[in-house]
Design a protein around this ligand. Sequence first.
Ligand code: SF4
Ligand code: SF4
Length: 294
Amino acid sequence: MVITVLKRSKGLISNVIDMTKFDISLFTGPLAEEAKKIIPQVFKSIQKAKVIYKKEIKNPPNEISPAPKEFWEEIIKKCESLGIGLIGFAPVEEDLIFKKDYVGGIELLYTNAIVLGMEMDFKAINQAPEPQAGLESLRIYAELGTATNSLTDFIQSKGYRAIACHPLGGPILYPAMAVKAKLGQIGRQGLLITKKFGPRQRLSMISINAEPLPDTNIQEIDISSYCEKCRRCLSSCPVKAIYDTPIINKNGTTTRIDSDKCFNYFYKTVGCSVCIETCPFHRIGYKVLYYRQI
Ligand code: SF4
Ligand code: SF4
């Protein structure tokens, strides 16, 4: 039997976020109490995504299911009820699948993608690089992970096949997939910047064997011309991890960050987020483009 609905990596290398390296001793008092609830939720949601994948891959389908526009409308409505603020659709790009998904163990994906984003709290991110901002990142990893699993359950209950991809780690380059799904553009600091939340969101994905994908009519946005002039993230990164000139790789992807430098600081601060906090698209929002003075 020839299976055509599954997509696999062409060898893209990923950098793993190792949660065991987070310095959680930074969380003290009420933050420690919150962390005690949030961290197990992160692991629980990762575990559930792994179970979904194992079940799916045991008996993969050999054809793509047709989906009417009413089905996609239901998905969009369900997202809203789960607190998922961003939803976009795009075919899964094999060039963007990682050789190894260290966190979820996912090796194969279905043909199409539902790309999801959840906003992080504005005030918490304003504390970056203090632990409040790091804890907010973890909270969204837990909430978006749980919501992604619930949406996957919902899709499966409608008779479609779906694989949940957790926001922490993940089998595919989420920001690039989000650009393909027309959710936003990549900023100088390598993060997705959207019209709704600026750089203040975490991303996840569901791969699904359904088509045709809906046309969500999301407006194109223009970030790159602003980033060309603005260097705030570059100068404010505490460990100078953001490259002045991004590296264009042979496979067509772009590397904007020295991930060794970034990850070391990221672990020490449990999530850093300075390059989110400092970005005008976080502080002021998309209206910065109407006032192009930097
Ligand atoms: S997360 Fe922090 S260390 Fe990493 S690039 Fe952004 S500002 Fe620099
Ligand atoms: S801080 Fe400035 S240069 Fe960096 S991503 Fe935001 S707009 Fe672009």
